[in-house]
Design a protein. Structure first.
Length: 255
């Protein structure tokens, strides 16, 4: 049994949140429900998930509970790393925890179960799903994802990870640069060695190279999880993303 943390904090000044009159992106309403509500419902229906923790603005958390969602509320603290730390402090430090953003409303219990199964035997400290950029474009041709070209193909990252909380608490400072550059993968190469950059430039950098170097730099065992779940990469950052998820969720049953 795993625990889960949903990151539903964020800036009120986010342009899309302002446009939609929401507390932040996670609370933008789609088909009558906040984005984070879809994530919560998927996790609640996932047999492998027990305790669910949501980090966000107090007003928003109270509203979610008023809708009948059951979870452990944690008030947002500020930055993304602050919010991750606050959420993981409420989780079992030695059990792998599923950490998700609150703006991936197309996720469902089957996807979550499959991702968890792909991480078996759970010996690493950090698992990160990677999805084919081509698959994302085919499914949602009018949205744009941040992709990186590797030896095996072009990939984008999913908006969740399976992480060991005890590692995070011991190594938070190592993550500052990675969090700052998460939407700008090319900037990450500033901290990588020359061989790494050369392999990338010639499209010879493999997923295994990423795993090996990140494990060394961050002092943990990292594993990429290649998968076909476009839903994990479909977060809501721009009006085109919002239009895409609106179309997908139109007509589906309520939460």
């Amino acid at each position: 049994m795993f625990e889960a943390v949903i990151l539903a904090g964020g800036e009120k000044s986010d342009p899309l949140a302002l446009q939609e009159g929401a507390l932040n992106k996670s609370f933008i309403s789609v088909q009558g429900h906040p984005l984070v509500g879809y994530v919560l419902s998927a996790l609640a229906a996932c047999p492998s998930i027990g305790k669910i923790i949501v980090v966000g603005p107090e007003e928003g958390l109270v509203g979610l509970q008023g809708r009948g969602h059951k979870f452990t509320p944690v008030a947002e603290k500020g930055s993304m790393l602050d919010n991750i730390e606050a959420g993981l402090k409420a989780a079992d430090p030695d059990t792998l925890c599923l950490l998700s953003t609150g703006d991936i409303p197309l996720v469902n219990p089957e996807i979550l179960e499959n991702i968890l199964a792909l991480c078996d035997p759970y010996t690493a400290d950090f698992y990160y799903p990677v999805i084919s950029g081509k698959s994302c474009t085919q499914r949602f041709p009018h949205t744009k994802r941040t992709c990186v070209r590797l030896k095996e193909g072009t990939f984008t990252g999913g908006n969740l990870t399976l992480i060991r909380p005890s590692w995070f608490h011991d190594n938070r400072n190592r993550l500052n640069t990675f969090i700052a550059y998460r939407k700008h993968p090319l900037k990450l190469f500033k901290i990588f060695p020359p061989w790494f950059i050369i392999k990338f430039l010639f499209h010879r950098l493999a997923i295994k190279d990423l795993e090996t170097h990140l494990s060394r730099v961050l002092d943990f065992t990292a594993r990429a999880v290649p998968c076909s779940f476009v839903e994990l990469a479909t977060d809501v950052d721009k009006p085109s993303d919002l239009e895409a998820v609106n179309r997908e969720l139109a007509g589906k049953s309520g939460l």
